[in-house]
Design a protein around this ligand. Structure first.
Ligand code: NAD
Ligand code: GLY
Length: 369
């Protein structure tokens, strides 16, 4: 078992990473001093695939657990699903000592996290992520929340879990498209922090998740370590943590204009990372060779859903309502080289629109403006 620690004073916690760790959930929670009664938040699909192993492990360690099943999918990451969760928590007579367990991908993790942050003004939470994307990203760092029609993740809270349990074996049941969605986020860590990781993922990902389990586990650990380090230094995103949003400014806008139905989150970030590389190249921040490498490696993961029919005006409108927008300026995380990014606070809307338009009209291979 590998443990990565998130250092946040009294909000510190361990991330346990190991094949098969789901079946040890009960004993880990016991050591953490979890309440006798637990509530598991999941959906029908994940519950059917992996709920049994968790429940057995909890029962073996003497816990009693109840389950809340929510609808599956990004379009249900809403305030109305939150209300459903709150009502169930009330019906279960949850008190401030009751622990919540989030078993699922990022959608479940974000909503269960928000419920834990807000119900009775805060109850303990353990994240048990079941998608690659949630194992390397969303379960760590305490960002929780839901979408509004007006934009993604506009309502939420920072709320750290008491622990995160990552079992890479759970990824074997993940549909390939969802697995690849996580690969885009893994490439993100390479581009922002570690060029060797970027190249390793490019070489290895076609073998995953069935073959080379050690390499997959190693890549997960490296991504988790990067995220834990960044969050430990800047929990509330005053500066450094913004680097984790590489690809997200364009990506979130793509998700919003397509009503969260066309792209997986990772696919939207895949497009967003190539667009950000274009923008960086147009601003002379990034050389042509590395911009092309980002474009090629990201495109190789899988064919990204088309963007050619999307309205640049609508995307720009969403960019301006992004959480990261300030007045008329949108903040971008842009690569200087593979392995290093910088935060650009004063990119003109003209440059942003220009990179966007050439990308939408000419596709990922456009580099001119
Ligand atoms: P998801 O939660 O929608 O899961 C994708 C699909 O896989 C779902 O249908 C789910 O039911 C299914 N699934 C989950 N685990 C499975 C398994 N082991 N086997 C088979 N099917 C399984 O999507 P996601 O990509 O995990 O998460 C995306 C969400 O995460 C977005 O809402 C995004 O905004 C959020 N996010 C949050 C943060 C953060 O820091 N909080 C970071 C990145 C992304
Ligand atoms: N995924 C961005 C963050 O956690 O900050």
């Amino acid at each position: 078992m590998r443990t990565v620690h998130v250092h946040l004073q009294d909000r510190s916690y361990d991330i346990h990473i190991a094949n098969g760790v789901l079946s040890e959930a009960g004993s880990i929670l016991k050591k953490l001093g979890a309440s006798q009664d637990l509530v598991v938040i999941t959906n029908a699909k994940v519950g059917a695939l992996h709920g049994n192993v968790l429940m057995k492990s909890l029962a073996k360690a003497g816990f009693a657990s109840r389950t809340i099943l929510v609808s599956d999918g990004e379009r249900f990451k809403t305030l109305s699903t939150m209300q459903f969760i709150y009502k169930r928590l009330a019906r279960y007579r949850v008190d401030r000592k009751t622990w919540l367990l989030a078993l699922g991908g990022g959608v479940i993790g974000d909503m269960a996290g928000f419920a834990a942050a807000t119900y009775l003004r805060g109850i303990p939470l353990v994240q048990i992520p079941t998608t690659l994307l949630s194992q390397i990203d969303s379960s760590i760092g305490g960002k929780t929340g839901v979408n509004l029609n007006e934009g993604k993740n506009l309502v939420g809270a920072f709320y750290q879990p008491a622990a995160v349990l990552i079992d890479p074996l759970l990824l074997r049941t993940l549909p390939l498209r969802e697995f690849r969605s996580g690969i885009y986020e893994a490439l993100k860590y390479g581009i922002i922090r570690d060029d060797a990781l970027f190249r390793l993922i490019d070489r290895k990902h076609p073998h995953f998740p069935e073959s080379e389990p050690r390499s997959l586990e190693g890549i997960i650990k490296r991504c988790v370590a990067i995220k834990a380090e960044v969050v430990s230094k800047d929990e509330r995103e005053s500066k450094l943590r913004m680097v984790l949003n590489f690809g997200h400014t364009y990506g979130h806008a793509l998700e919003a204009v397509t009503n969260y139905r066309r792209f997986t989150h990772g696919e939207a970030i895949g497009h967003g990372m190539i667009m950000a590389a274009h923008l960086s190249h147009n601003l002379n921040w990034l050389g042509t060779k590395e911009a092309l490498q980002i474009q090629q490696v990201v495109s190789r993961v899988s064919p990204l859903p088309s963007v050619s029919d999307l309205s640049p005006q609508k995307i720009l409108h969403h960019l301006m309502s992004d959480k990261k927008a300030f007045g008329q300026k949108v903040r971008f995380v842009l690569p200087r080289r593979i392995g290093q990014v910088e935060i650009a606070s004063d990119v003109s809307m003209k440059d942003v629109a220009c990179a966007l338009q050439s990308y939408l009209y000419l596709g990922p291979y456009a580099f001119a403006c």
